[in-house]
Design a binder for this molecule. Structure first.
Ligand code: ATP
Length: 239
Protein backbone atom coordinates (compact mmCIF):
# COMPACT_ATOMS: atom_id res chain seq x y z
CA UNK A 1 0.00 0.00 0.00
CA UNK A 2 1.29 3.52 -0.77
CA UNK A 3 2.58 5.84 1.95
CA UNK A 4 0.31 8.27 3.80
CA UNK A 5 0.92 11.82 2.62
CA UNK A 6 -1.71 13.67 4.66
CA UNK A 7 -2.97 12.86 8.14
CA UNK A 8 -5.74 14.65 10.03
CA UNK A 9 -5.70 13.44 13.61
CA UNK A 10 -8.58 14.13 16.03
CA UNK A 11 -8.99 17.72 14.87
CA UNK A 12 -11.47 20.04 16.54
CA UNK A 13 -12.37 23.48 15.17
CA UNK A 14 -14.67 26.28 16.26
CA UNK A 15 -16.26 29.38 14.77
CA UNK A 16 -16.66 31.43 17.93
CA UNK A 17 -18.94 29.32 20.14
CA UNK A 18 -19.94 26.96 17.32
CA UNK A 19 -18.02 23.71 17.24
CA UNK A 20 -17.70 22.70 13.57
CA UNK A 21 -15.32 19.73 13.97
CA UNK A 22 -15.47 17.25 16.87
CA UNK A 23 -12.32 15.18 16.50
CA UNK A 24 -12.01 14.49 12.79
CA UNK A 25 -9.41 11.91 11.74
CA UNK A 26 -8.63 10.90 8.19
CA UNK A 27 -5.75 9.80 6.01
CA UNK A 28 -4.85 10.40 2.39
CA UNK A 29 -2.41 8.03 0.74
CA UNK A 30 -0.11 9.12 -2.02
CA UNK A 31 -1.62 8.71 -5.49
CA UNK A 32 -5.18 8.25 -4.25
CA UNK A 33 -8.42 10.15 -4.62
CA UNK A 34 -10.05 10.27 -1.19
CA UNK A 35 -13.51 11.76 -0.94
CA UNK A 36 -15.19 13.38 2.04
CA UNK A 37 -18.98 13.17 1.91
CA UNK A 38 -21.68 14.57 4.13
CA UNK A 39 -24.76 16.75 4.18
CA UNK A 40 -24.84 20.55 4.24
CA UNK A 41 -23.13 21.99 7.29
CA UNK A 42 -21.58 18.63 8.29
CA UNK A 43 -18.06 20.11 8.37
CA UNK A 44 -16.59 19.19 4.98
CA UNK A 45 -15.34 22.65 3.99
CA UNK A 46 -14.08 23.30 7.52
CA UNK A 47 -12.03 20.10 7.37
CA UNK A 48 -10.35 21.30 4.17
CA UNK A 49 -9.79 24.74 5.71
CA UNK A 50 -8.09 23.33 8.79
CA UNK A 51 -5.74 21.37 6.50
CA UNK A 52 -4.82 24.41 4.38
CA UNK A 53 -4.52 26.72 7.40
CA UNK A 54 -7.51 28.97 6.63
CA UNK A 55 -9.13 27.82 9.88
CA UNK A 56 -7.00 26.93 12.92
CA UNK A 57 -7.53 23.55 14.52
CA UNK A 58 -8.16 24.07 18.23
CA UNK A 59 -6.82 20.63 19.10
CA UNK A 60 -5.53 17.58 17.28
CA UNK A 61 -2.96 17.64 14.52
CA UNK A 62 -2.56 17.88 10.74
CA UNK A 63 0.59 16.46 9.20
CA UNK A 64 2.11 16.27 5.76
CA UNK A 65 4.37 13.28 5.15
CA UNK A 66 4.76 12.94 8.92
CA UNK A 67 5.55 16.61 9.71
CA UNK A 68 2.99 18.71 11.56
CA UNK A 69 1.68 21.65 9.51
CA UNK A 70 -1.04 22.58 11.99
CA UNK A 71 0.58 25.77 13.23
CA UNK A 72 1.99 27.03 9.92
CA UNK A 73 0.49 30.04 8.15
CA UNK A 74 -1.62 29.22 5.08
CA UNK A 75 0.98 30.51 2.58
CA UNK A 76 3.65 28.22 4.05
CA UNK A 77 1.27 25.26 3.86
CA UNK A 78 0.67 26.12 0.18
CA UNK A 79 4.43 26.33 -0.38
CA UNK A 80 4.78 22.82 1.00
CA UNK A 81 2.43 21.66 -1.75
CA UNK A 82 -0.98 21.51 -0.05
CA UNK A 83 -3.14 23.31 -2.57
CA UNK A 84 -6.71 24.28 -1.72
CA UNK A 85 -9.17 24.96 -4.55
CA UNK A 86 -12.04 26.49 -2.58
CA UNK A 87 -15.74 26.35 -3.25
CA UNK A 88 -16.80 29.38 -5.26
CA UNK A 89 -13.62 29.35 -7.35
CA UNK A 90 -12.32 32.82 -6.39
CA UNK A 91 -11.43 33.93 -9.89
CA UNK A 92 -9.89 37.39 -9.96
CA UNK A 93 -11.96 39.64 -12.18
CA UNK A 94 -10.14 42.30 -14.19
CA UNK A 95 -7.22 39.92 -14.70
CA UNK A 96 -6.73 37.71 -17.73
CA UNK A 97 -6.85 33.92 -17.62
CA UNK A 98 -3.05 33.84 -17.95
CA UNK A 99 -2.58 36.38 -15.13
CA UNK A 100 -4.85 34.31 -12.89
CA UNK A 101 -2.71 31.26 -13.60
CA UNK A 102 0.51 33.17 -12.97
CA UNK A 103 -0.84 34.33 -9.61
CA UNK A 104 -1.31 30.67 -8.75
CA UNK A 105 2.42 30.20 -9.12
CA UNK A 106 3.43 32.63 -6.37
CA UNK A 107 5.14 29.75 -4.57
CA UNK A 108 7.27 28.87 -7.61
CA UNK A 109 10.49 30.88 -7.83
CA UNK A 110 11.93 29.36 -11.00
CA UNK A 111 10.64 31.06 -14.18
CA UNK A 112 11.30 28.00 -16.37
CA UNK A 113 9.20 25.82 -14.01
CA UNK A 114 6.41 28.40 -14.10
CA UNK A 115 6.45 28.36 -17.94
CA UNK A 116 6.46 24.56 -18.04
CA UNK A 117 3.56 24.35 -15.58
CA UNK A 118 1.46 26.86 -17.49
CA UNK A 119 1.96 24.78 -20.66
CA UNK A 120 0.91 21.67 -18.73
CA UNK A 121 -2.24 23.46 -17.57
CA UNK A 122 -3.00 24.57 -21.14
CA UNK A 123 -2.52 20.99 -22.34
CA UNK A 124 -5.00 19.75 -19.72
CA UNK A 125 -7.49 22.58 -20.33
CA UNK A 126 -7.14 23.70 -23.99
CA UNK A 127 -10.01 26.18 -23.57
CA UNK A 128 -7.85 28.14 -21.09
CA UNK A 129 -5.08 28.38 -23.71
CA UNK A 130 -7.60 29.67 -26.25
CA UNK A 131 -8.86 32.29 -23.81
CA UNK A 132 -5.58 33.12 -22.12
CA UNK A 133 -5.79 36.86 -22.91
CA UNK A 134 -9.46 37.27 -22.00
CA UNK A 135 -10.72 38.67 -18.72
CA UNK A 136 -11.30 35.66 -16.46
CA UNK A 137 -14.75 36.94 -15.49
CA UNK A 138 -15.92 36.27 -19.07
CA UNK A 139 -15.41 32.52 -18.65
CA UNK A 140 -18.41 30.24 -18.12
CA UNK A 141 -18.92 28.52 -14.76
CA UNK A 142 -17.27 25.32 -15.96
CA UNK A 143 -14.33 27.21 -17.43
CA UNK A 144 -13.90 29.14 -14.17
CA UNK A 145 -13.74 25.82 -12.33
CA UNK A 146 -11.06 24.69 -14.78
CA UNK A 147 -9.16 27.94 -14.16
CA UNK A 148 -9.38 27.46 -10.38
CA UNK A 149 -8.02 23.93 -10.74
CA UNK A 150 -5.36 25.09 -13.21
CA UNK A 151 -4.28 27.80 -10.78
CA UNK A 152 -3.92 25.15 -8.09
CA UNK A 153 -1.83 23.00 -10.43
CA UNK A 154 0.61 25.89 -10.96
CA UNK A 155 1.92 25.20 -7.44
CA UNK A 156 2.90 21.64 -8.37
CA UNK A 157 0.70 20.19 -5.61
CA UNK A 158 1.63 17.22 -3.45
CA UNK A 159 -2.00 17.12 -2.34
CA UNK A 160 -4.90 18.96 -3.93
CA UNK A 161 -7.95 19.81 -1.81
CA UNK A 162 -10.96 20.22 -4.10
CA UNK A 163 -14.08 21.72 -2.52
CA UNK A 164 -17.26 20.90 -4.48
CA UNK A 165 -15.83 21.29 -7.98
CA UNK A 166 -19.17 20.34 -9.58
CA UNK A 167 -21.16 22.98 -7.67
CA UNK A 168 -23.57 24.85 -9.92
CA UNK A 169 -22.43 23.19 -13.15
CA UNK A 170 -24.67 21.68 -15.82
CA UNK A 171 -24.60 17.84 -15.90
CA UNK A 172 -22.45 17.69 -19.05
CA UNK A 173 -19.81 19.93 -17.44
CA UNK A 174 -19.92 17.92 -14.22
CA UNK A 175 -18.98 14.83 -16.24
CA UNK A 176 -16.17 16.80 -17.91
CA UNK A 177 -14.78 18.07 -14.57
CA UNK A 178 -14.90 14.55 -13.11
CA UNK A 179 -13.04 13.22 -16.16
CA UNK A 180 -10.36 15.89 -15.64
CA UNK A 181 -10.03 15.01 -11.93
CA UNK A 182 -9.50 11.38 -12.91
CA UNK A 183 -6.86 12.37 -15.48
CA UNK A 184 -5.08 14.58 -12.96
CA UNK A 185 -4.98 11.70 -10.52
CA UNK A 186 -3.73 9.29 -13.17
CA UNK A 187 -0.95 11.78 -13.90
CA UNK A 188 0.12 11.48 -10.26
CA UNK A 189 -1.80 14.13 -8.30
CA UNK A 190 -3.13 13.05 -4.90
CA UNK A 191 -6.60 14.47 -4.27
CA UNK A 192 -8.89 15.04 -1.29
CA UNK A 193 -12.30 15.70 -2.85
CA UNK A 194 -15.32 17.21 -1.14
CA UNK A 195 -18.30 16.64 -3.36
CA UNK A 196 -22.04 17.15 -3.08
CA UNK A 197 -22.57 14.58 -5.80
CA UNK A 198 -21.74 11.52 -3.71
CA UNK A 199 -22.58 9.05 -6.42
CA UNK A 200 -20.03 10.57 -8.79
CA UNK A 201 -17.43 11.03 -6.06
CA UNK A 202 -17.66 7.37 -5.03
CA UNK A 203 -17.20 6.34 -8.63
CA UNK A 204 -13.95 8.32 -8.86
CA UNK A 205 -12.47 7.83 -5.40
CA UNK A 206 -10.38 5.01 -3.97
CA UNK A 207 -11.42 5.64 -0.38
CA UNK A 208 -14.23 7.61 1.25
CA UNK A 209 -15.13 9.16 4.59
CA UNK A 210 -18.57 10.32 5.64
CA UNK A 211 -18.81 13.23 8.06
CA UNK A 212 -21.90 14.08 10.08
CA UNK A 213 -22.21 16.88 12.60
CA UNK A 214 -18.43 17.41 12.72
CA UNK A 215 -17.55 13.74 13.20
CA UNK A 216 -16.49 10.98 10.83
CA UNK A 217 -19.30 8.44 11.07
CA UNK A 218 -18.32 6.02 8.34
CA UNK A 219 -15.36 5.15 6.11
CA UNK A 220 -14.22 2.52 3.69
CA UNK A 221 -13.19 1.66 0.16
CA UNK A 222 -15.30 3.73 -2.21
CA UNK A 223 -16.46 0.56 -3.98
CA UNK A 224 -17.69 -0.89 -0.66
CA UNK A 225 -19.47 2.32 0.38
CA UNK A 226 -21.23 2.41 -2.96
CA UNK A 227 -22.82 -0.90 -2.05
CA UNK A 228 -23.73 0.14 1.51
CA UNK A 229 -27.50 0.59 1.59
CA UNK A 230 -27.53 3.00 4.57
CA UNK A 231 -24.95 5.31 2.94
CA UNK A 232 -26.74 5.10 -0.36
CA UNK A 233 -30.01 6.06 1.37
CA UNK A 234 -28.51 8.91 3.37
CA UNK A 235 -26.19 10.53 0.84
CA UNK A 236 -26.78 9.14 -2.59
CA UNK A 237 -30.53 9.15 -2.78
CA UNK A 238 -30.82 12.64 -4.23
CA UNK A 239 -27.70 12.63 -6.38
P1 ATP B 1 -21.71 22.89 2.91
O1 ATP B 1 -21.79 21.76 1.96
O2 ATP B 1 -23.06 23.50 3.19
O3 ATP B 1 -20.65 23.90 2.61
P2 ATP B 1 -19.99 21.71 4.91
O4 ATP B 1 -20.12 20.27 5.24
O5 ATP B 1 -18.86 22.13 4.05
O6 ATP B 1 -21.35 22.22 4.32
P3 ATP B 1 -18.98 23.60 6.81
O7 ATP B 1 -19.06 24.77 5.85
O8 ATP B 1 -17.67 23.05 7.13
O9 ATP B 1 -19.93 22.45 6.31
O10 ATP B 1 -19.73 24.04 8.15
C1 ATP B 1 -19.70 23.29 9.36
C2 ATP B 1 -20.45 24.05 10.45
O11 ATP B 1 -19.77 25.27 10.76
C3 ATP B 1 -21.86 24.45 10.08
O12 ATP B 1 -22.66 24.35 11.23
C4 ATP B 1 -21.73 25.89 9.64
O13 ATP B 1 -22.92 26.59 9.88
C5 ATP B 1 -20.61 26.38 10.55
N1 ATP B 1 -19.83 27.44 9.89
C6 ATP B 1 -19.14 27.32 8.73
N2 ATP B 1 -18.49 28.46 8.43
C7 ATP B 1 -18.76 29.32 9.43
C8 ATP B 1 -18.40 30.68 9.72
N3 ATP B 1 -17.60 31.36 8.90
N4 ATP B 1 -18.89 31.21 10.85
C9 ATP B 1 -19.70 30.53 11.68
N5 ATP B 1 -20.07 29.26 11.49
C10 ATP B 1 -19.64 28.66 10.38
Amino acid sequence: MSETILTVDRVTAFYGQIQALRGVSLEVRKGQIVTLLGSNGAGKSTTLKTISGLVRAQSGDVSLAGDSIKSLPAHDIARLGVVHVPEGRCILRGLSVKENLELGAFTVKDAATRRRRIEEVYALFPILAERRHQDASLLSGGQQQMLAMGRGLMHGPRVMLLDEPSMGLAPKLVTEIMRIIKRLNEAGTTILLVEQNARLALRLAHYAYVIENGEICSQGDAATLREDESIVQAYLGVA
